[in-house]
Design a protein around this ligand. Structure first.
Ligand code: SF4
Length: 387
């Protein structure tokens, strides 16, 4: 069954405030009936407040609009994010005075406040869900869309998947990429060959294992599956395999399933802002040049549908290649632009497939433009060439 995704385009017909993205966010909040749904609810707004000197996270103007809508509806809003991002959030504009509510650590300053959920997956047995998330009665998933080195892109699913779990679980989710073996030391006993394999990688994604020097360790975040290392590695000694990369995305879907299981389905709303999309996550602590044109603001009750709609919309324009940092490369020009940059094994659509398989939502959606761009007739008298 298809889900509704409400959409506000960044395009304007006229230079008027009502045609800009914050005003279109208001229209989306109306379509989602947010005010009608939050009376007396304790509403956690999970957003990524960024880190250090990043300035491409969601602008406080948008955050304040969500906060005010919740207050007008009689809800009690607060922002929550992981402890190391909340530290310094006020320097990036996220203070009570500006956004209209408090900003809390999801699991306390030392991440000791959480609930354990037993759900075995590869290296993970128990998932530690932050207490401030589980204790809330209503969840607003307020996500900034950007590229991501582990899964191609980050938006609604990624915002909850990592941001609602404590650091130990977030680390374990990344370690899931190491669970399936990819290095077979008996096939490469020669130290010089191992060095040559490491040197073949232009991104330093392959390093010597700290504990077992006869093994190589892959940093999947730095790997775009270019295959240069495989040209040097003896047959069978090294795999650059989808199973390792996809484990992170599957773990993201499981993490979201656990978080959403603690809310009534009607008490969750997802909003994604696809502006100033950079190559990597906001947690890197800086803002690079944008690699895609702004694509707009989206809202839905369905976390899979909203990510799918964002991906489909951002797939319509090519990567702005001149804005890519020199340390990265465009490895392919097939599929989604985030895939061009992060490689075919980090196809951003895969996480929505895992999400749908787990029953989190539908990849089929109906896109509802809340204010279609009006076509303006410039010369009603007929065509007159400009001088
Ligand atoms: S596939 Fe390419 S990016 Fe990945 S480890 Fe090998 S050389 Fe490095």
């Amino acid at each position: 069954m298809s889900s509704k995704v409400f959409y506000g385009s960044p395009r304007q017909a006229r230079l008027e405030a009502k045609e800009t993205l914050p005003a279109k966010l208001d229209l989306i909040l109306e379509q989602l009936h947010l005010r009608d749904r939050v009376k007396d609810e304790t509403v956690v707004i999970k957003m990524h407040t960024g880190n250090n000197i990043v300035y491409s996270t969601i602008h406080p103007v948008f955050v304040r609009k969500v906060v005010e809508a919740i207050k007008e509806g009689g809800g009690k809003p607060f922002i929550a994010d992981v402890n190391w991002d909340v530290a310094g959030a006020e320097k990036r504009g996220y203070s009570h005075d500006v956004i209209g509510c408090d900003v809390y650590h999801t699991a306390g300053p030392d991440e000791k406040y959480y609930y354990s959920h037993h759900r075995p997956y590869k290296n993970i047995q128990d998932w530690k869900l932050a207490g401030m998330i589980q204790d809330a009665s209503f969840l607003v998933d307020l996500a900034h869309v950007k590229g991501h080195p582990s899964c191609g892109f980050g938006a609604a699913i990624k915002n909850l998947a990592l941001g609602c779990m404590v650091g130990e679980t977030r680390g374990a989710m990344h370690d899931a990429m190491q669970y399936d073996p990819y290095w077979f030391p008996e096939k490469c006993p020669d130290e010089n060959v191992r060095k040559a394999i490491m040197q073949a990688c232009p991104f330093e994604a392959l390093v010597e294992d700290k504990e077992k020097p006869d093994r190589l360790h892959l940093h999947p975040e730095q790997c775009n599956a270019c295959g240069r290392c495989l040209c040097v590695a003896p047959p069978g000694s090294l795999k650059i395999d989808a199973v390792n990369f996809h484990s992170f995305m599957e773990a993201c879907a499981i993490s979201v399933a656990i978080t959403l299981s603690t809310f009534k389905p009607e008490n969750v709303v997802h909003i994604s802002l696809a502006t100033y999309m950079t190559p990597v996550c906001d947690c890197f602590g800086f803002t690079s040049m944008q690699i895609l044109p702004d694509a707009g603001v989206f809202g839905s009750d369905d976390i899979v549908a909203i990510d799918q709609a964002v991906l489909d919309m951002t797939a319509k324009t090519p990567l702005i290649e001149e804005n890519i940092p020199c340390s990265l490369e465009v490895h392919t020009r097939e599929g989604h632009p985030f895939r061009w940059l992060h490689g075919p094994l980090k196809d951003p659509y895969i996480v929505t497939e895992y999400g749908e398989k787990l029953g989190l939502g539908s990849r089929e959606y109906e896109l509802v433009d809340v204010l279609p761009v009006e076509k303006i007739e410039r010369a009603p008298m007929g065509y007159i060439p400009a001088r």
